[in-house]
Every structure is written in C-alpha cells, then in structure tokens.
Design a protein. Structure first.
Length: 517
C-alpha cells in the first residue's frame, strides 16, 4: 500500500476534521445521525491521559447555530465545501460521502491518546459512532480493496484490518482507527476497566456543558510527565515546582456555540486555586472609553508565593536556586514590602489614534505608606539607571519620565493616591486610574453585555474590537493589503470577555467571543 493512498488517510482525516470541530452538519442531506448515545469513553483505556469527544454530526440548535455562524462570518456553506473535499480524497477509491459515509456516520466521535514518547504522541485512536455498523464495515472493506499489505486480523474475537502501522475496525458498533496497540487497548477497554469507569474522569467530564460541541479531558499528571521527559535535569526541577501544584488533578476544556453570534470556551480543573476575590467593581471603575480592561485579585500574596517558589527552584539556565531574592534585593526591591503593597491589579487601554492613546496598570493597596515607599524605590531605580526626562510629581507622590523618541508624545507616569498605584501612559490615564471616577465602564453598554454573557462567572476582563481596528487604521493598517483582505472578517468581531468561578472542587473559567450581525 502506498503511503499516499494508504487505508488510514481517508478515515483518519475524516475523524480528525470532525473532532477539530469542522462542521459536517450541513453536508448536503438531512438524514442526520444520532449514535444511540454510545459512551465512547468506554473504549478508551482507564489510564488515558488525553481524551477528546465531540459532535461529528451536530443536530438541532447546535447544528443551526454553527451553520448560521459560518455562513454569516465566512459567507460559505461549510458543509458542502467539506463534503467536496472528502469526495475529492475518496475519488480514486470510487467512493463518495453521500453513498459510503453519510449512511453510517453517527452523531459523536472521540480521540484518545494513551501513550507518549516524550512530548510526541506514541499511541492513540479515533472513535466514531455508527448508525449502521454493516455499512461502516463495507466502507472500510472498500477502502482496503486492492491493497496487498492490508491484512484481516483478529484480537479477542474482534476482526480488524491493519497494514502493521495502522488498524481499523468496529468495536461494539463503534469505528476505531489508530495504531494496532491502541486498537487492541480499545477492545480490552470494551470488556471493562475503561476510562468511563474512572471516577476522576467521570467527575471532570460532568463539568462539560450539556450543549458543548467538543470537550477535551486531560489527566494533568500524565500530561506533565510526558512533557517532563524531554527536559534537562535543571529544567525538570523548575518544571516540577510548577507542575506540583496540579498533582493528581485533571482539566477539561469545552467548546460551546450557544447562539449563531457567540462562541464560548469553558474550562474546569480540580487542580487550581479558587479565585481570591471579585474584581467586578474594580473593573467597572476604569474609564468608560476603555477598549480593553483586565483585572486579577489579591496579587500581592500570590506574588510572594511565586517568588518564594522560583527562588527555591531557580530559573534555568541563568538563575540557580537561592539567587532570585538576592538579585532583587541588590536591585533595590524589598519583596516583602512590595507584596504587602499589592492588592488587586488591573489594566486598561483607551484611544483610537496616536493622540488619544493611553492606558494604565492600576494596583489597589491597603497600605498607602508601603505604596509610597515602593514608588520611591522605583523612582530611585529610574534615577540610577539614567532614565531620560525623569521628573518628580508636584505632590511628591510619584514621578514621570518623558522621552519622545522612546515613549512617544506622552510621559510614563508613576503615582499613588487614595489606596491606588498607577503606572500610566499619559497624565490623563494616570488620573483616571487613580480616581476611578467620572465616565466609567459601569455605564458602558459593551462592558455590560460582555459581563452579562459570562453568566455566573466573575468578570476578569474584556476587549471591545471596534476601537482596536479604528486605532490600527489610524496608524496605517489600511495600507497593508493583508489587512484589506482580513477586514470583512475582522468587522464581524464584537467583543471578547472572560471570567472565572468555582463549582464544588473545580475552578472554572469562561471565555466568550461575541460576533456582530
């Protein structure tokens, strides 16, 4: 069998495309699927580190949402184009989507990765529900016709075809395609002791939204172990100090299409720290014309923990263990004092042209004296480093640096007042960051919509795409031919928002991309 015409390519390409959430819903027929609710995880080994499941053939609202979204954004009938590509790939075998795949293709599919060689996938298989196992078997048989190196084999009473590197067959009316070891592992799992029986997997996969298009489950222990094998010993030590925080944990990512103008990514893990606080009010205090704003709570405590951890492990290859705090101290930073001065941290950006561009990093503090001391340390550091245009603030609560060649027309301003520290581009941005008053995001329609779209998740940030493209065009983006090609699609982007929360033992997060009609 030639490698370009080998048995696995048509089958595996179909499965991978489907599980990468390429839409097969509008495939030129309405016969639909529905795989009878088969539990595909029952064909994956119990110790599977990565498992992906998804709708190969979406139905109902999910199908219509996807079709409408692709048509509105790309202006194409995605299903028809995918079918045409599949038919082109099957032409030499005299097979077609309509006659040889559609009659048996079920609603759901999955991929399991059961082994790694370093960070490379070593063994795994794709699984796909069938509505007519006989028709699916006929399809596989037709693919193998005339291929002398494809042989029929038997494992535990299950017949499959293999060329030695790749195996495909039906296990409990599910099409399984992968390397021979993974195929046999799927057969073993079907007799019991599968991923579906694993309590951690069950608890994690239960976090998936009921209407998700695709879900990715990761056993973090096995996943990090695979990455770790390719690292040198010193980097392994650093990696272990980070990965150790997720010992015995798992994670789940889900793709959701709740409407034709919204795409969501949901994440859940039982290995992370719960959000330290709610920053909704903090975000809402940023300027109302901000086109990007982000915030995270209680950074001081986490910064202190992170520095302690990095100091203990070192940062390969240049910073050995025990050196980080020493070098920070030599640079004039008192880590404990700095951490005590930091509360919530946020960032906002405003402006649609060079003259109006501004923004600030804003930090809340419960210790104004520590904040003022930290600002003084930063000013001393700037002076020692010879920063051009360094000037103390009139009130003695900060300083600014003016350097038109490096910074543009506005100064970099560092100030503190009323329980806040601002590191801002421009004096107006500094004032807005410190005061938290005036026209704020609390009255912004876009921010309100972005926050509402997060549901129960606590807002952590948002991006309003319209002003970004205005800024880009004011800076000359329209002169770029690639921008002109992309603009019709960029114009479809409305906003992006993200937030986090908890659900029992799981830390959750959500990212929402809204599209303009």
């Amino acid at each position: 069998m030639s490698k370009t015409q080998s048995l696995p390519r048509p089958v595996l390409s179909l499965l991978l495309a489907a599980l990468a959430t390429v839409v097969l819903a509008a495939c030129g027929d309405d016969s639909g699927g529905g795989g009878g609710g088969a539990d595909l995880a029952s064909l994956a080994p119990a110790d599977t580190p990565v498992f992906v499941q998804g709708a190969v053939r979406p139905e109902g609202d999910l199908r219509s949402n996807i079709e409408d979204m692709v048509d509105d954004v790309a202006g194409i009938d995605a299903g028809t184009q995918i079918v045409n590509q599949i038919n082109a790939g099957l032409a030499e075998q005299n097979l077609t989507w309509e006659d040889d795949i559609s009659p048996w293709l079920g609603e759901n599919g999955a991929i399991f990765i059961s082994g790694f060689q370093g960070s490379e996938v070593e063994t795994g298989a794709a699984l796909i529900e069938t509505t007519d196992s006989g028709a699916a078997e006929d399809f596989v048989a037709k693919l193998a016709e005339g291929e002398s190196d494809v042989q029929e084999q038997d494992y535990e009473g299950v017949t499959y075809r293999s060329d030695g590197d790749f195996a495909v067959g039906l296990v409990n009316d599910t099409l399984v395609a992968g390397d021979p070891a993974a195929f046999e592992a799927a057969v073993d799992a079907s007799d019991g002791d599968s991923l579906a029986d694993d309590g951690d997997f069950s608890e994690t996969i239960d976090q998936a939204p009921s209407d998700s298009l695709a879900d990715v489950y990761v056993n973090l222990d096995d996943f990090f172990a695979a990455i770790r094998r390719d690292l040198d010993p010193q980097t392994q030590q650093f990696f272990d100090s980070v990965a150790g925080q997720t010992k015995g944990a798992s994670a789940l990512g889900s793709v959701v299409v709740p409407s034709s103008d919204r795409l969501e990514l949901d994440f859940a893990s039982n290995g992370g720290a719960a959000p330290a606080g709610d920053v909704t009010d903090f975000l809402s205090s940023f300027p109302g014309d901000s086109w990007a704003a982000f915030a995270t709570p209680e950074v001081g405590d986490r910064l202190s923990e992170a520095i302690d951890q990095l100091d203990e492990s070192g940062i390969p290859p240049d910073l050995p263990p025990g050196e980080l705090k020493k070098q920070l101290s030599q640079a004039g930073f008192d880590v404990e004092k700095l951490a005590s001065a930091l509360g919530d941290v946020g960032l906002f950006v405003t402006g649609t042209d060079q003259s109006s561009l501004g923004g600030a990093l804003v930090v809340t503090t419960d210790d104004q004296a520590a904040a003022e001391s930290t600002i003084k340390d930063l000013q001393d550091l700037a002076r020692r480093s010879g920063s051009a245009g360094l000037k103390p603030s009139p009130g003695g609560t900060g300083f600014s640096i003016s350097d038109p060649e490096e910074l543009g027309p506005k100064p970099l301003v560092v100030e503190t007042a009323d329980g806040r520290i601002a590191v801002a581009y421009g004096e107006d941005a500094a004032e807005a960051g410190l005061s938290g008053g005036g026209d704020t995001l609390e009255s912004s329609d876009v921010f309100s919509a972005a926050t509402e779209a997060l549901g129960d998740a606590q807002p952590a940030g948002f991006v309003d795409f319209g002003p970004i493209f205005q800024l880009a065009e004011s800076l000359g983006a329209t002169d770029d031919p690639d921008y002109a090609v992309a603009k019709p699609y960029l114009d479809k982007l409305d906003y992006l928002s993200f937030g986090s929360g908890t659900d029992g033992d799981f830390v959750t997060s959500k990212v929402v991309l809204a599209l303009s009609k």
